[in-house]
Design a protein around this ligand. Structure first.
Ligand code: BTN
Length: 262
């Protein structure tokens, strides 16, 4: 297999340490490249960025549309060494970091949508794909892949009604600037996965940014099944609690949820 060459290698600051940032013109997927670097021993905080991806990956085996210079396509390596059951806290930290990073640029109407989307005025602007590898039941590496729609061109036609971009929202920013802001906020929240700030604090902040997780009427699509319910918060394991019409509580590990009229 041909090893891709970065266009540029720089240093990045993450949680008080200097780490490496590799910028590529084109990659299949920044997550895939960073997983290779992680296997070769890359350090916590290593970042891979690409101007375009030919096989950008989304959640549930979906494609992440990644045309050149239209979005931020970045992956950040974490080596938390925490128990696998705490993995959702890493994704919570990433979603908070994106929401706060975008908020710092003046973007309004931000919300997190479980499990890991960031929305602006109800439309998706960012998706996060966290891929972990385990060692003795602990998370050895977590590759946190973040895709943010910067320009309108990042949005494929079939998603025009449900997605938005910074350009659409009237915010002018370069992907590199955006990355710096997100990394700054991630460095603040990432220790939360180890209980610093306390789990309660990270979940509290996540809930504050995710109003849909409590008392919202939603439709759940999971595999072949679809049902209606009302959200009832988040479990300790990051699962979404949903109350069905008959009062039963479902604990969702993964699913697609959408808001419906009550
Ligand atoms: C989703 O909402 O389905 C998650 C999308 C994650 C996309 C990002 S773009 C950078 C990184 N590399 C990938 O291949 N995927 C993630």
């Amino acid at each position: 297999m041909e090893v891709p060459e970065p266009e540029r290698v720089g240093v990045s600051e993450f949680g008080g340490r200097t780490t490496r940032i590799e910028v590529y013109g084109e990659l299949e997927s920044t997550n895939t490249r960073l997983r290779e670097l992680a296997s070769a021993g890359a350090a916590e905080g290593t970042v891979v960025v690409a101007r375009s991806q030919t096989a950008g990956r989304g959640r549930a085996g979906r494609v992440w549309h990644s045309p050149a210079d239209a979005g931020l396509y970045a992956s950040i390596l974490l080596r938390p060494g925490i128990a696998a059951e705490r993995g959702h806290l890493l994704t919570f930290a990433a979603a908070i970091a994106v929401a706060e990073g975008l908020g710092g640029l003046g973007v309004e109407g931000l919300a997190i949508k479980w499990p890991n989307d960031v929305l602006v005025r109800g439309r998706k602007i960012c998706g996060i794909l966290t891929e972990t590898s385990l060692l003795d039941g602990r998370i050895d590496t977590a590759v946190v892949g973040i895709g943010i729609n910067v320009r309108r061109a990042a949005i494929p036609e079939d998603l025009a009604g449900v997605a938005t971009s910074l350009e659409t929202e009237g915010v002018e920013v370069e992907p590199a600037q955006l990355l710096t802001r997100v990394l700054e906020r991630l460095a603040v929240w990432r220790p939360g996965a180890e209980g610093r700030p306390a789990d309660g604090e990270i979940v509290r902040r996540w809930m504050e940014l995710a109003p849909m997780a409590r008392n919202a009427a939603i439709r759940v699509a999971s595999g072949n099944e679809s049902f209606d319910g009302v959200t009832a918060g988040i479990g300790d394991d990051g699962r979404l609690l949903v109350r069905r019409a008959d009062g039963r509580i479902e604990r969702l590990a993964s699913a697609d949820v959408s808001v419906r009229e009550k």
